[in-house]
Design a protein around this ligand. Structure first.
Ligand SMILES: O=C(CO)COP(=O)(O)O
Length: 304
């Protein structure tokens, strides 16, 4: 695995610029900082987010579940106590979305795992954004590595899907992340920035977008990125947004981490400055574990 020091030094020096700029920016209102008990830079970001800056946890159920197992998961989630400071979303397989919508508490929003690129019609086997909205689905996951690397979706196709989903008022979890060989070749930032560019070329309003950094080598492998590895990429993506989109988007968009997150490792990851939540696969199939991950937002309240 490439050590952080092998990542491009120009990006690291730009990160240092961002940190210096943040340190010299006007202080956040003190009550906000105290209430959150977090670092000044994060408090400033939360003020800029004006209420939309909650910790965010998504559960991606992938191609798992039966009517029976999903009923059990729903009743565990309905019984769970969730912190107020966290947005929680689950993404069941398409065919169970209706079942989930009709029995899951409104406290948890519902996402699809994919959508068609445009308006529905003669596209056998596809599900349109209009249909998702029709059944009350609020979110869609786009650009997941399993869609990119197993199904073969490319950056442009994914970017266009994001534009269309947003135009239909679906909120988007936009996924990026490098393969193991790309990380080992020192290409982590290049790969993530290229995937970001395809999203940025198609997205004009980032209000309803959450970015999910999911290193492919950490997905379903039990090999979680260290908090430092994840933080480094999150900060670089935020820096990329500042340079290529706007300072406002860079400071307000949530960047969540995915890849072998579980009830035991979530608290340490959640403490990191630029980790605004998680996209969880395997552990989201266990209600109590998923609730623990949602409640790792409390780690954010400890001064970083
Ligand atoms: O792909 C993921 C979420 O979208 C992560 O999956 P795991 O948590 O099972 O590694």
């Amino acid at each position: 695995m490439a050590a952080p020091s092998s990542l491009a030094s120009s990006h690291l020096s730009r990160l240092a610029d961002v940190r210096r700029a943040a340190a010299s920016a006007a202080p956040a209102p003190q009550n906000q900082q105290l209430r959150l008990g977090c670092s000044r830079r994060r408090a400033q970001r939360l003020v800029a987010m004006a209420g939309s800056g909650k910790f965010f946890v998504g559960g991606n159920w992938k191609c798992n579940g039966t009517k029976e197992s999903i009923s059990k998961l729903i009743s565990d989630l309905n019984a769970a106590t969730l912190e107020n400071d966290v947005d929680v979303v689950v993404a069941p397989p398409f065919i169970y979305i209706d079942q989930v919508k009709s029995s899951l508490t409104d406290r948890i929003e519902v996402s699809a795992q994919n959508t068609w690129i445009g308006k529905g019609g003669a596209f056998t086997g596809e599900i349109s954004a209009e249909q998702l909205v029709d059944i009350g689905c609020q979110w869609v996951i786009l650009g997941h590595s399993e869609r990119r690397h197993v199904i073969g979706e490319d950056d442009q196709f994914i970017g266009k899907k994001a534009a269309y989903a947003l135009s239909q008022n679906l909120k988007v979890m936009a996924c990026i992340g490098e393969l193991l060989e790309e990380r080992e070749a020192g290409k982590t930032f290049d790969v993530c920035f290229k995937q970001m560019k395809a999203f940025a070329d198609n997205i004009t309003d980032w209000t309803n977008v959450v970015i999910a950094y999911e290193p492919v080598w950490a997905i379903g492998t039990g090999k979680v990125a260290s908090p430092e590895q994840a933080q480094e990429v999150h900060a670089a993506v935020r820096d990329w947004l500042k340079t290529n989109v706007s300072a406002d988007v860079a400071s307000t968009v949530r960047i969540i981490y995915g890849g072998s997150v579980n009830a035991a490792n979530c608290a340490e990851l959640a403490k990191k400055e630029d980790i605004d939540g998680f996209l969880v696969g395997g552990a989201s199939l266990k209600g109590p574990d998923f609730a623990t991950i949602c409640n790792s937002v409390t780690s954010k309240k400890v001064t970083a």
